[in-house]
Design a protein around this ligand. Structure first.
Ligand code: NDP
Length: 333
């Protein structure tokens, strides 16, 4: 077998040298276990946090130990009655050609819902994150203005489209004009702001949101969030989902700097982790599935080819190379 291990902990932005490809022996299957061949690997921003030796909501990766994350694979051999040879399964697996699993946290992919890759994106963890963060914390009402940062990513593009389904005016903030074009022309966003080129982010957001901001779904933090907070309406809600602009800082930034806007506007900021909603996942899947089927919820995937390119796919997240869900394709079923 071949698998990636954590070679070193990143200082600042991670690099390919933080990962090492190693040969490993596959253990003999025990009762209850099955062997999975990796087909697609999901790379996710939260994995950056696991590269640090710091306490968080998931334990850190260990040096010289395998990297693990969301993946889809096919069962090659099984000593587990719930998983048959040939089944396509989705769950947490090593960044490896093959993984052994006992079935915990693994589910069979239902091909009726969509292509297998959607179990890692719009019909998987990112889709659920968008759904619960927006609807439970953002509580969007028809006619309100919803702003989402990281808008062209897996979570962000789903947030914006669900907000449209709820009748909101939706503004996306992202890092390229091409991304904004896709959001506005193909996904129904009302306006977009390019945070890399806008001369004044505050003004660009104010122009895109003439009635102010009622819900701000925050995926990025930093300067983008500062500029949105300055545009809040009274009683605004802020689902705090991610802070990717801060993940590669060696030293935590000081701040938040402009919380007085939260005070003045009686806004609510609430952080959440998608797994908080695990008991409600089963109610979200049919809705997400229906919206995808009806075309109200579109999705994009950026697929890098090859096992050797998994680290590059991950590093690309921090350069904004992905539109929608970033995946690496390892093998065909
Ligand atoms: P994305 O698909 O959005 O990929 C990351 C994107 O972030 C890039 O494409 C890039 O787009 C943007 N980005 C990268 N660096 C910066 C920066 N310095 N400033 C602003 N934007 C940047 O990833 P996901 O959809 O998987 O995740 C989005 C966010 O949600 C992340 O912060 C992630 O940690 C968080 N998350 C939280 C969960 C939870 O349970 N709370 C669950 C899942 C995700 P661009 O070109 O626009 O810069």
């Amino acid at each position: 077998n071949q698998e990636y291990v954590l070679a070193s902990r990143p200082k600042g932005t991670p690099t390919a040298e933080n990962f090492r490809l190693v040969e490993s022996e596959l253990p003999k299957l025990k009762d209850g276990q099955f062997l999975v061949r990796t087909l697609y690997v999901s790379v996710d921003p939260y994995m950056r946090g696991r590269m640090n030796d710091a306490k968080s909501y998931v334990p850190p990766f260990q040096l010289d130990e395998p990297i693990a994350g969301g993946a889809v694979g096919q069962v090659l051999e099984s000593h587990n009655a719930s998983f048959q040879v040939g089944d396509i399964v989705s769950g947490t697996f090593h960044w490896a050609l093959y993984s052994v699993s006992d079935g915990r946290g693994v589910h069979k992919v239902n091909p009726a819902l969509g292509p297998m890759t959607t179990s890692l994106g719009v019909l998987g963890m990112p889709g659920l994150t968008a759904y619960f963060g927006l609807l439970d914390i953002g509580n969007p009402k028809a006619g309100e203005t919803v702003v989402v940062s990281g808008a062209a990513g897996a979570v962000g593009m789903t947030v914006g489209q669900i907000a449209k389904i709820y009748g909101c005016r939706v503004v996306g903030i992202a890092g390229s004009d091409e991304k904004l074009r896709i959001l506005t022309e193909e996904m129904g966003f009302d306006a977009g702001v390019n945070y890399k080129t806008a001369p004044s982010l505050y003004k660009a957001i104010r122009e895109a949101c003439p009635d102010g901001v009622d819900v701000y779904f925050d995926n990025v933090g930093g300067d983008v969030t500062d500029a949105v907070l300055a545009n809040l309406n009274d009683n605004a809600r802020i689902p705090l989902c991610g802070q990717i602009s801060l993940y590669n800082l060696d030293k935590m930034d000081v701040g938040p700097r402009n919380l007085s806007y939260v005070l003045i506007h009686r806004a609510l900021i609430k952080g959440f982790i998608v797994s908080d909603y695990a008991r409600q996942f089963s109610e979200a899947f049919p809705k997400l599935g229906e919206w995808v089927k009806s075309g109200q919820l579109k999705y994009r995937e950026t697929v890098v080819e090859g096992f050797e390119n998994i680290p590059n796919a991950f590093l690309g997240l921090f350069r904004g190379e992905n539109i929608g869900k970033q995946l690496a394709k390892v093998a065909d079923a």
